[in-house]
Ligand binder design. Structure first.
Ligand code: SF4
Ligand code: SF4
Length: 306
């Protein structure tokens, strides 16, 4: 498969992680979906016209070796529409994360992979965004998993003004399921977006950030956002994080465009408002970089004395 490097991504650069869109088909049609925004490479074609599993796997193996990719995040569309490709694909990388809407049967990919299942609130709130019946289908799928299902499962909730008051209700629904833990990401608006699904300013987002901080304190083993990543979302700190987006530096986004891959502006596509980005991956990376810098400063006497 051809790979078109655009928007500052380079064929000779190192990327420790990548995101690959293995299909533009999806069985849901979520209101806040960034994949299917205009101006993104997202045309869905029939399975017959998509690149074959073998072609895609050969390309991904080559990209792994070229860029040193250790962690692959598999997404779509809905990646579980191509289970055979997933089974073979996770064997190519040291770490694999599969982002799924959770409405299709989960395939056991072994203990080394991780499922991240998207749910955006308790039943009524989730279904208002992700479609009627989707919440119950996900919960039924999770509860039907065999006791020896070996792939760990994380739920990720995209926080918006619509669900910010209902996050604890979602958490309560998940405690007695096979879900191991959850994380909260915050919506990434498109340029100029003014809708009920995003906050106009970072100041207005803080109510939701504080709610996640409260939940982390109340359920420390279950809510896995790093404390520092949430602190970095404050209006006086977030602009410095998103201005030097760590995701754009370290994660190669591979989106399916016909029979080739292309790199969009970032893993959230082409039409994004960085100034209001609340992506979990961005702030988690930034928190980890912060922690590493602090460790290095402690180990370096010159820096520590400065
Ligand atoms: S399940 Fe994911 S890819 Fe499909 S429409 Fe919803 S957000 Fe988009
Ligand atoms: S939208 Fe978010 S993830 Fe994308 S480049 Fe901007 S800050 Fe990074």
């Amino acid at each position: 498969m051809r790979v078109d490097y655009r928007y500052g991504y380079h064929a000779d650069a190192a990327y420790p992680a990548a995101i690959v869109n293995i299909t533009n088909r999806c069985n849901l049609s979520c209101a806040h979906c960034f994949v299917f925004r205009d101006d993104n490479p997202n045309e869905a074609v029939s399975p017959r016209l998509e690149p074959s599993d073998d072609d895609m796997l050969a390309t991904l193996r080559e990209l792994r070796d070229r860029h040193g990719i250790g962690h692959m995040l598999w997404m779509g569309g809905e990646p579980l529409l191509r289970p055979r490709l997933l089974r073979a694909g996770v064997a190519l990388f040291d770490h694999s994360t599969i982002t799924t809407n959770g409405t299709l049967k989960l395939v056991d990919l072994g203990p080394g992979a991780l499922y991240v299942v998207s749910l955006d609130g308790p039943r009524n709130i989730n279904d208002g965004v992700r479609g009627a019946g989707s919440f119950d289908r996900v919960l039924a799928n999770l509860r039907a998993l065999p006791a020896d299902f070996s792939t760990p499962i994380q739920v990720q909730c995209t926080v918006t003004p619509v669900n910010q008051a209902h996050l604890e209700d979602l958490l309560g629904e998940l405690i007695d399921t096979p879900v191991g833990w959850m994380t909260f990401s915050f919506v990434v608006p498109s340029h100029g977006e003014q809708s009920e699904l995003c906050w106009p300013t970072l100041e207005e987002r803080m109510h939701a950030v504080r709610e996640v901080q409260r939940l982390k304190a109340a359920y420390p083993g279950f809510v896995r956002n790093r404390a520092r990543s949430l602190e970095l979302m404050a209006p006086d700190l977030a602009p410095a994080v998103t201005a030097r987006c760590p995701s754009k530096q370290y994660v190669l986004p591979l989106w399916l465009d016909g029979d080739s891959f292309t790199t969009p502006f970032c893993c959230y596509g082409n039409d994004v408002d960085c100034d209001r980005c609340g992506a979990w991956v961005v702030f988690d990376f930034a928190a980890r970089i912060d922690a590493t810098a602090a460790d290095e400063a402690r180990l370096d006497p010159q820096s520590a004395g400065a």
